[in-house]
Design a binder for this molecule. Structure first.
Ligand code: SF4
Length: 62
């Protein structure tokens, strides 16, 4: 699947990194980094991350 985060909307809260740590993480500067092409087996995790993102900034494109 393809994952896109609109970085103009992302507020670096980090909830996505808790919901889907295999795909999203906060770097040393507390900025979001993510894998834009995660394995399809991680879909449920990514959907959960998209659900909990307070900025609704995560988009799944398959
Ligand atoms: S939960 Fe949403 S706003 Fe927070 S870091 Fe992740 S993408 Fe950005």
């Amino acid at each position: 699947m393809k994952v896109r985060v609109d970085m103009t909307m992302c507020e670096d809260h980090g909830q996505c990194a808790i919901a889907a740590p295999d795909v999203f993480r906060m770097n040393d500067e507390s900025k979001l980094e993510y894998d834009p092409n995660p394995d399809d087996s991680l879909l449920a995790e990514v959907e959960e991350a998209a659900d909990v993102c307070p900025a609704q900034a995560i988009f799944i494109e398959d």
